[in-house]
Ligand binder design. Structure first.
Ligand SMILES: CC(C)(COP(=O)(O)OP(=O)(O)OC[C@H]1O[C@@H](n2cnc3c(N)ncnc32)[C@H](O)[C@@H]1OP(=O)(O)O)[C@@H](O)C(=O)NCCC(=O)NCCS
Length: 169
């Protein structure tokens, strides 16, 4: 993904395991006004095609993401970085991980809903190539605010590179 240039060499991204839950809940609590409970995380992660990953820095959980794999898209359900690790490219490393999972002509986009008041997240995803593609009116149960639907589409040149690699292999 040519639009992302970063030094995330010390960020390690791996599957979320049960033992990560206290760190994930702490980050969730410090990141959102209406945090998910442990039960909500577990219920979500039990669903087929729902995946949890954590980003580690110096063996400490610095961020996490929960997403669903659909046939044509990846849908981010939750995404947060611990306040102490923000603006250190941890979030960028997690998005790059998702982008690396996109496949030519198949699963070629990433979507998420962002609260209209969450300007930081809008700016973050925007500078990574996501674009607002719609407004979901009164999307949330907890507040009357709307959601912006944001989408990242695999760039044509990336899809081309991917196709070339497949032909070569
Ligand atoms: C949004 C969030 C995930 C960004 O994670 P992060 O690890 O701090 O992001 P990065 O360090 O990779 O940021 C990369 C770039 O995104 C932009 N960016 C990130 N946070 C920003 C902010 N608060 N304001 C403006 N731009 C921001 C900047 O261009 C930044 O580059 P810079 O630091 O060189 O200026 C993090 O702020 C967070 O967890 N917020 C609370 C939870 C949340 O809103 N999640 C998203 C739900 S939709």
């Amino acid at each position: 993904m040519s639009s992302i240039e970063s030094d995330q060499s010390c960020v390690h991204i791996r599957w979320m395991i049960r033992r990560d839950m206290p760190s994930v809940l702490a980050i969730e609590g410090q990141s959102f006004e209406f945090p998910w409970t442990e039960e909500e995380f577990i219920r979500c992660l039990r669903q087929r095609d729902c995946i949890g990953m954590v980003a580690e820095r110096n063996e400490e959980v610095a961020g996490f993401m929960i997403y669903e794999l659909h046939k044509t898209r990846i849908h981010i359900l939750s995404f947060a970085v611990h306040p102490d690790f923000r603006r250190q490219m941890v979030g960028t490393a997690m998005v790059e991980k998702l982008v690396s999972k996109l496949a030519y002509q198949r699963r070629n986009r990433i979507v998420l809903e962002v609260r209209e008041t969450n300007l930081a997240a809008q700016l973050f995803f925007r500078q990574l190539g996501f674009r607002a593609t719609g407004v979901l009116k009164s999307f949330y149960e907890d507040t009357p605010e709307d959601a912006f639907l944001m989408q990242y589409r695999q760039a044509e040149e990336a899809a081309f590179d991917d196709a070339q690699k497949r032909i070569a292999s």
